[in-house]
Design a protein around this ligand. Structure first.
Ligand SMILES: Nc1ncnc2c1ncn2[C@@H]1O[C@H](COP(=O)(O)OP(=O)(O)OP(=O)(O)O)[C@@H](O)[C@H]1O
Length: 301
């Protein structure tokens, strides 16, 4: 078996004049969850499309389970499951009918299809709605059905493009449990997300993409510690957050920040000092120093 489930080296992709990926390098070990974070338009979907052979890269290489995404497309396709935001579910069919149909299309016999459908309905908590048409489903049920359909044939690597976008907190947590169970079964999972908490909860490794490059990667804890020391929050007496300023955690920096803020904030402002969150990591890594000081200026003006 090759060392990594996913290996990307020097990957570049442009659309016309728009250089979207400017030389990406990353590796994802077998049986782990990798989360790719980045602002809108950073190239997350483009990367998933390249890794799943839907788009060709301009330069560089990418391997899935050891297979090259350009030269060994067939083997790559046989190694992956892909769930986007719009999976191939027929709205007028029930989840049971959808799964049975897709099982048959995947080459399973009638008896195997029945068995696999039962198993997937149970695994994705869809048994109670298995006879209801998919168009009547909530967002969470629909997303679980999308995922079940994409996992009819068990493959070692799963790509999830924003799997919980638009879901409420309960449905999101239910899907997280399913994703963690898939990891326990040995699957390697590559997901993109807009939710920093999602990356924090699920991922073994998080990478942040910005300006066409991976600007940071590591565990959630490593990324948080990179942002530096403590964050000082300033709250008014109506419990509204007035400002949240990252500091090095050192006495001089904390004192300077307090001095700066005292000039503009009311005397009854309350101060809360906390450790950096994934939100702070994201802001720090995807916002230029000029933007950050402009924000501080805005609070002070
Ligand atoms: N087929 C295409 N033709 C031309 N431009 C494209 C194409 N696909 C993507 N782009 C452009 O590439 C850039 C990256 O898009 P992509 O969808 O990969 O970003 P993303 O990080 O997934 O964003 P989001 O979080 O908004 O989904 C965008 O500027 C987009 O307009």
């Amino acid at each position: 078996m090759c060392a990594y489930a996913i290996e990307v080296a020097g990957l570049r992709k442009s659309f016309g004049q728009n250089a979207v990926l400017k030389g990406l390098d990353l590796t994802v070990p077998h049986g782990t969850i990798f989360a790719l974070l980045g602002p809108n338009g950073a190239g997350k979907t483009t990367l998933i499309h390249i890794l799943s052979t839907l788009t060709a890269p301009d330069e560089g290489s990418a391997r899935i389970a050891g297979y090259d995404v350009v030269r060994q497309k067939k083997e790559v396709k046989q190694s992956i499951s892909l769930t986007g935001q719009f999976a191939a579910v027929d709205e007028v069919l029930t989840s049971e009918e959808n799964l049975r149909m897709m099982c048959r299309l995947s080459g399973l016999s009638s008896a195997e299809s029945r068995e696999r459908t039962k198993e997937l309905l149970r695994q994705f908590d869809l048994e109670s709605v298995s006879n209801k048409r998919a168009k009547t489903y909530s967002g969470g049920m629909r997303r679980r059905l999308d995922l079940a359909v994409s996992l009819i044939v068990s493959r070692p690597v799963l790509f999830l493009d924003e799997p919980t976008t638009g879901l409420d907190t309960v449905s999101r947590r239910a899907l997280w449990d399913i994703i963690l169970r898939l990891k326990e079964q040995g699957m390697t999972i590559f997901l993109t997300t807009q939710y920093l908490e999602e990356a924090d909860e699920l991922a073994d490794t998080i990478a942040v993409i910005n300006g066409g490059r991976i600007v940071a990667s590591g565990t959630a804890e490593e990324l948080k510690s990179r942002v530096g020391g403590d964050v000082i929050e300033f709250w008014n007496n109506r419990d509204e957050l007035l400002a949240s300023i990252p500091t090095s955690g050192g006495m001089a920096d904390v004192r300077q920040t307090l001095n700066d803020m005292m000039l503009s904030l009311p005397a009854d402002t309350r101060i809360h000092i906390r450790k950096p969150s994934m939100d702070d990591v994201f802001v720090a890594l995807t916002t230029s120093a000029a933007d950050t000081s402009a924000k501080k200026e805005a609070v002070l003006s």
